[in-house]
Ligand binder design. Structure first.
Ligand code: PRT
Ligand code: MG
Length: 220
């Protein structure tokens, strides 16, 4: 089977929230990545397949043209840099906020005012670097790959930069958010060369996603 269009997705919340948008574009996966271990999933359309990759790897597959399209969180796109990618549609899915959090009672504002140097643990090093540089806050960034909430509890860091949706994880670990860095949602990303070479196939998919999320602007 030769596929015209490959779409990169991560399983979990992005896959679940993308299903209705795919349906609006007339695309229905043949199986779910949660019940199947397959990494390449066919759809009702013989010319469209899905590939299942880690959320942080979606921009890489699309940048290199291994996928024509993908869906990735703004958090992931900021860290990746967005090179070689069009980001034509904000899908308003997998919403959360990128925030600075500290142990309850830690005087973050006071430390910042006094120009103290803070140790900040995060998976989002680029985002954190830009944020604290813009505020003129001196930080030592400590790169972690997960469970950032633990770092302040065991003395690895004073603060963390992480995604917050319900706030339940912060609360359970006696942490509180003290600053919002930015609102996050997932974006449709498109390989720039593929958009030109496969325009007839890709353009209608972009337009269907755009219509499904109620965005009236014309596609790239
Ligand atoms: O989980 P895995 O290590 O496989 O990969 P991933 O974390 O990169 O993927 P996934 O599927 O968990 O997240 C994919 C995308 O969903 C992210 O890139 C974000 O754009 C978006 N998203 C939306 C979130 C959240 N909400 C979210 N709450 N991603 C992660 N979280 C985590 C957060 O890091 C924290 O640990 O959930 C925890 C906080 O949740 P609350 O509800 O307790 O506040
Ligand atoms: Mg996760």
């Amino acid at each position: 089977m030769s596929y015209t269009i490959t779409l990169a997705l991560s399983k979990g919340r992005i896959f679940e929230e993308t299903l209705p948008l795919l349906a609006a574009a007339g695309i229905v996966p043949n199986e779910s990545p949660d019940s199947s271990r397959k990494l390449i999933i066919g759809t009702n359309r013989p010319d469209v397949r899905l590939i299942i990759v880690r959320a942080t790897d979606v921009p890489t597959y699309v940048q290199h043209g291994a996928a024509d399209l993908g869906i990735a969180g703004k958090d992931v796109l900021i860290e990746h840099g967005g090179e070689g990618l069009y980001q034509p549609v904000d899908l308003h899915i997998a919403k959360c906020r990128m925030m600075v959090a500290v142990p309850v009672g830690f005087d973050y504002a006071g430390k910042v005012r006094r120009g103290a140097r803070l140790r900040v643990a995060t998976k989002y090093v680029q985002t954190a670097r830009l944020h604290f540089a813009a505020k003129g806050v001196h930080v030592d960034l400590i790169k972690l790959y997960g469970s950032m909430e633990l770092a302040p509890l065991v003395g690895l860091a004073d603060a963390i930069v992480d995604l917050v949706s319900t706030g339940g994880t912060l609360k359970a670990n006696n942490l509180e958010a003290v600053e919002t860095i930015q609102d996050i949602s997932s974006r449709l990303v498109v390989n720039q060369a593929a958009l030109k070479l496969k325009h007839a196939a890709i353009h209608p998919i972009i337009e269907a996603f755009r219509a499904a999320v109620g965005d009236g602007a014309p596609a790239a």
